[in-house]
Ligand binder design. Sequence first.
Ligand code: RNT
Ligand code: ZN
Length: 417
Amino acid sequence: MSIEQSYHLAKQYYQKWGIDVEAALETLKKIPISIHCWQGDDVSGFEVDQQELSGGIDVTGNYPGKATTPEQLRKDIEQALQLIPGKHRINLHAIYAETNGEKVERDQLEPKHFQNWIDWAKKHQLGLDFNPTLFSHPKADDGLTLSHPNKEIRDFWIRHCQASRRIAEHIGKELGSQTLTNIWIPDGYKDTPADRLTPRKRLKASLDRIFSEEIDERYNIDAVESKLFGIGSEAYVVGSHEFYLGYALKNNKLCLLDTGHYHPTEMVSNKISSLLLFSDKVALHVSRPVRWDSDHVVTFDDELKEIGLEIVRNDAIDKVMIGLDFFDASINRIAAWTIGTRNMLKALLYGLLMPNEQLKAYQEEGHFTDRLAILETFKTYPFGAIWDYYCQLMGVPVEMDWMQDVREYEKQELLNR
Ligand code: RNT
Ligand code: ZN
């Protein structure tokens, strides 16, 4: 049976419930995913005096073919994008600056150091997002940055974040597409603190200074990302969820929720609706924590589906800025991007192909048996046939055919590095 034939059969299942499959596919086409560049080089970046990855995050594995130059990284992203349906965004970190072999301190970075990325993004019609990098640096060695007791160190990182926002604003203007700048810091303590308040006061003051500079909102918006713990900050993280939730709401910033940054049974899918009652937008780092904040490649699991459902059923497609954040160096990195991003899109399609209005009505009327029965029935609906058709429609490989491209690229490019 052809892809079209399967699609037409599958469509009938959904039509029975009044679901407009074609409209769902049209909607899906327009949802951009911010794909993190750092899966391609294990969060290394291209600084002249590259430091080891720090900040309590870790990449394991040594699969061959890691990108070690900006050209390689861009080429790899281009390859992945050919396997992912739709038009998306690329998420950069400050360590991906290109300084022509010259050492430029992070607080001295300028838009020109990202010109190659901008030109490339223009050529491929991609939006860009941005992150200051407050780790993998001698001034972050003791695990504190914006909340450091030493003013000089704090000031350095404040200047870095200010420079990052200026760069992001420039990028947004150049590309005609608003950049999201996300601040995440590793600050915390390995062991039980004697004072939880003072570092948080300092972080608050540092953020105030960073954001005191007016940036044109048409070109840049800011997010702050909380965390529960990291390697070396197991007992206390300065930028906790409550800290940033409070900060963001009070200062009109976006909360960025990373799915790996909460207690293992605490779900980000359950937070989106609450946040959207108090904030116009919310940003996500979709990841997959396996027992801890391990940043595994995102799979099509229950939580991912639930996130897709929440975004769709709450009419929040334009309000949730979906970004990815995983880094696995034990598998082919192009495949990691492809699998993770395709899964995110699948989860959105899954949400779009649900009788959401009917389910809501059943819930309101107290028909919980029907609610459960429908949700379970749809789990085995011929969703795959619709997804395959969508991939074909969008001109990307269907099913697992993209693996052939990945293998070929590995042979031609990655294994020769
Ligand atoms: C770390 C945060 C952060 C980083 C990236 C590289 O725990 O999730 O978002 O993963 O900035
Ligand atoms: Zn993250």
